[in-house]
Write a protein that binds this ligand. Structure first.
Ligand SMILES: [Zn+2]
Length: 151
């Protein structure tokens, strides 16, 4: 009986393995926000994946497309963010960048070049647009972008 109880405790102890999150704490805050937004929009508690997110290394810079400001290495838990871009972005721009890369990593989303008519002319229809969206546009249509991404 004692052995069975111990085995049960050990099994429960191993059942709830916490995901491993490493990297830049400001970026990880946005990873956490991604899950909060996703869970609240789908009324579901999604399992949280391991992630390593931080500034792009020289090696990652060589691997990524030359103009990439964010880069998810396919098949890994690693998201790399261009340091100068991160420094220059406002909070909405940072959210957009992290959520876009999480779209690739967690949601297996590909780029979406769709557009729609808006007061600025034509605006990206998706946060998965390959180009970073101006923060005024992102701010105005944030609910639409997140609604499409996190469904
Ligand atoms: Zn992308």
């Amino acid at each position: 009986m004692r052995i069975l109880l111990l085995a049960t405790i050990l099994m429960y102890g191993c059942g709830g393995v916490d995901p491993i999150w490493t990297g830049n704490s400001d970026m990880l805050d946005l990873v956490a926000r991604f899950y909060v937004e996703w869970d609240s929009r789908t009324d579901t508690r999604h399992p949280v994946s391991d992630i390593d997110i931080g500034y792009m290394t020289a090696g990652e810079r060589d691997l990524a497309p030359s103009d990439a400001i964010g880069f998810w290495q396919c098949g890994t838990i690693r998201i790399a963010i261009d340091r100068d871009t991160w420094r220059d972005l406002d909070s909405l721009g940072r959210e957009q960048l992290v959520f876009h890369e999480m779209g690739h990593y967690i949601l297996s989303r590909r780029h979406d070049r769709g557009e729609f008519r808006c007061p600025w002319g034509m605006c990206p229809a998706s946060i998965m647009n390959p180009y970073h969206i101006d923060s005024d546009i992102y701010d105005r249509y944030r609910e639409m972008y997140l609604g499409k991404l996190l469904r």
